[in-house]
Design a protein. Structure first.
Length: 365
């Protein structure tokens, strides 16, 4: 890919986006960080060109994308934001003459515990128990609904992305310190993890790879690790004995009556296309109908003084489902087509993430 024009990182303040900006700048790429508001911390985004734009505003994004060769879409948020930002990025990229869009999707489109044999060819079906899964599917569909010429879109689907600042590292570390941590079925489930640096390397390869328009790639670290393996370095670094972590075996989450009622609507491709083509005010109403809101990840909170094993914990359904995964998704296609392979070993990456978690918790104490 030519280095003369910029690569726009949409969602540059987020965990993956900020790391992508940092790594691309160090590689000598021309980077344009697109953020909703100016950072309060000057170190939040490395030195590079910055444009302000709401990720759901196609007009503002068009202005921000002008002169860019490629877009990396790493926006996070509630389901409505995930879907609307994908549609807005598509429209703006087409209008601005962008060559390629790299969309950071999620392996959750196949469920938190996909069936054995699942790969990139598996059909995507709406009606998951979690709003996040359906929103990521709908976002991928929005990017594929091109107006005029087709947009060159490449989708990357990691599952658990970890590293310093990662939501799952923050979440588990906070729970352990507050005595709210738990392992499902003794932590035997497969943790299909990948270090953030390996995700960014995959993005970099996808930016330059020829003949990958419309392709989807699953990403993982290629190692067989369990959720106990994920918890252990964090527990050790935080001084939380493994035997003090609660063990639970709750029933699998089931869709609510409201979800079951909305499923026929949310599964309708016709309604999806209507939402995509409708005038903007109507489109927003349809997006709200089709997408259920979920809480956005919260930052690390101050630890509580108690580290004793609680008598009871309240398992969160999505984490329970993730911890019941039984196999890693294949990454052979990314290796073969993108010429990519993971570089960060799980043990090394988790040790660094655990050291960061200790410092983060201490800074909030």
């Amino acid at each position: 890919m030519t280095r003369e024009r910029s690569i726009a990182i949409l969602g540059a303040h987020g965990f993956i986006g900020a790391r992508a900006v940092e790594m691309f700048v160090s590689e000598g790429r021309r980077v344009r960080a697109i953020v909703r508001r100016a950072p309060s911390n000057s170190a939040a985004v490395p030195s590079c060109e910055t444009k302000l734009a709401d990720a759901c505003d196609p007009v503002a994004l068009y202005r921000a994308f002008l002169g860019c060769d490629a877009i990396v879409h790493v926006v996070n948020g509630d389901p409505e934001t995930l879907v609307r930002s994908a549609a807005a990025a598509r429209d703006a990229a087409l209008a601005a003459g962008v060559r390629r869009v790299i969309y950071l999707g999620s392996a959750a489109v196949h469920g938190q515990a996909p069936r054995e044999g699942t790969d990139e060819r598996a059909p995507l079906r709406l009606g998951h128990a979690f709003a996040y899964n359906d929103a990521k599917i709908r976002a991928e569909r929005r990017l594929s609904f091109g107006r005029g010429r087709a947009l060159d879109v490449v989708v990357l689907r990691p599952q658990i992305v970890y590293g310093p600042r990662a939501y799952w590292v923050e979440r588990v570390a906070r729970d352990l310190v507050e005595g709210a941590g738990y392992l499902v079925d003794d932590g035997a489930g497969v943790c299909d993890a990948i270090h953030v640096d390996d995700v960014v390397h995959a993005v970099s390869n996808a930016l330059d790879a020829p003949g990958v328009a419309g392709e989807v790639f699953l990403l993982g670290d290629g190692e067989r690790t369990s959720w106990l393996d994920f918890y252990r370095p964090l527990a050790d670094a935080l001084g939380c004995p493994l035997d003090a972590i609660a063990r639970v075996s709750p029933p699998s989450p089931q869709p609510t009556l409201r979800q079951r009622f909305l499923d026929p609507l949310r599964k309708s491709v016709v309604l999806e296309e209507l939402a995509d083509c409708a005038p903007r005010p109507m489109r927003r109403h349809l997006d709200r109908l089709l997408a259920r809101r979920i809480p956005t990840p919260q930052p690390v909170s101050p630890p509580s003084p108690s580290r004793s094993r609680p008598e009871s914990v309240t398992p969160e359904p999505m984490l329970v489902a993730l911890q019941r995964c039984t196999h890693d998704l294949p990454i052979g296609k990314a290796r073969e087509v993108l010429g990519w392979s993971p570089r960060v070993q799980f043990a090394e990456g988790m040790q660094a993430a655990a050291r960061w978690a200790v410092r983060a918790l201490e800074s909030h104490a």
